[in-house]
Design a protein around this ligand. Structure first.
Ligand code: HMG
Ligand code: MG
Length: 288
């Protein structure tokens, strides 16, 4: 039986850049509703500067209300974020490295070299603390400032992250500019060069290529995808980064292909309604 894991990033990527900031109670209700639909893995928020991303303030309060946080991850940009994650009992952290200096500077005010230096320490520390570590390799195909990113360079960066013992690499098309051919080519080459890699994908759907890119990734052997309820999302520091691939569209396509996700589509549509009510937005997943 074909099985694909879905990591819902709505409560983090989906909510980090919206006008109507959700209360902790609303964030909690949305997470519970997604779980009710059968979603097992959820990125629930981030520990970042509240000045940079006000919508992600109070992630500590959210965690205390969630109780058992076994299946949740939290995004952290630096050591300070890791300390907060540890103090709040987080079991999985998501770090982020935008592979171009321009984008990395905009996002976390560091060059790529500086972030790699810090990630080396962060992954050592997570290993010692029994915390699972993921690393987003952002703008892996195109950068909004520097254009097309060289795939050999991306693979070299991934090699370093693996040397530093990141547990999972998440290839991210931050501005939704990649096409299925280049997705399959890069992913196949990474899998060929790094045989034991644990890799997933994170597609933004700016040009409606999210599902096509998932299909190309499946062909390359990927079994885990990020997505976002209602197609919410986008990095506040990347111009033209619109929403993520909608979870309901992803589940719908996979289930049509007889690939098991464990997610109930009807219940997922209820989660989208809830997200729409809380965000005051009409959401754009195509699945009805
Ligand atoms: P900075 O100004 O260089 O850092 O910002 P700083 O060390 O000078 O700190 C500035 C202030 O932030 C200080 O507070 C720090 O204490 C505080 P102040 O003294 O001004 O009151 N601070 C923190 N607070 C909470 N948690 C922390 C933390 N670190 C420092 N971890 C910094 C650097 C990284 C903090 C800032 O640039 C930042 O927070 N950026 C947010 C980045 C972000 O959240 N981006 C969106 C997520 S990434 C994304 O969406 C892409 C992804 O979806 C994949 C894809 O699609 O490609 C993952
Ligand atoms: Mg994203």
């Amino acid at each position: 039986m074909d099985i694909v894991s879905i990591n819902e990033v709505g409560p983090r990527d989906g909510l980090q850049n919206i006008k109507n900031i959700l209360s902790v109670d609303e964030r909690l209700k949305l997470i519970r509703s997604l779980e009710e639909a059968g979603i097992k893995l959820i990125e629930i928020g981030s520990f970042v500067s509240h000045k940079a991303v006000p919508a992600m303030s109070d992630t500590d309060e959210l965690i205390s209300q969630l109780g058992n946080i076994e299946n949740y991850s939290v995004l952290i940009p630096n050591e300070k974020g890791l300390d907060k994650a540890k103090n709040n009992g987080v079991k999985e952290i998501c770090t982020v490295l935008c592979v171009t200096d321009s984008m990395n500077k905009k996002n976390i005010n560091q060059t790529v070299k500086e972030t790699l230096r810090d990630l080396k320490k962060i992954f050592l520390e997570t290993k010692d603390s029994g915390i699972r570590s993921k690393c987003y390799v952002s703008v892996a195909f195109y950068c909004p400032y520097e254009g097309k990113v060289d795939s050999c360079y991306v693979e070299d960066v991934i090699g370093l992250l693996l040397d530093y013992k990141a547990d999972e690499i998440v290839i991210a098309d931050t501005i939704g500019a990649a096409n299925p051919r280049e997705v399959k080519k890069l992913l196949s080459s990474i899998i060929n060069n790094y045989k034991d890699i644990n890799m997933s994908c994170h597609f933004h759907d700016t040009r409606a290529l999210g599902l096509a890119n998932v299909y190309a990734s499946l062909d390359a052997g990927i079994k885990k995808f990020d997505s976002c309820i209602g197609g919410l999302g986008g990095c506040p520091f990347a111009p033209n980064s619109s929403g993520n691939l909608a979870t309901e569209d992803l589940v719908s396509m996979l289930e049509m292909m007889n690939i098991t996700t464990g997610v109930n589509l009807d219940k997922l549509i209820s989660s989208r309604e809830l997200a729409s009510e809380f965000t005051h937005m009409s959401l754009k997943g195509r699945m009805i």
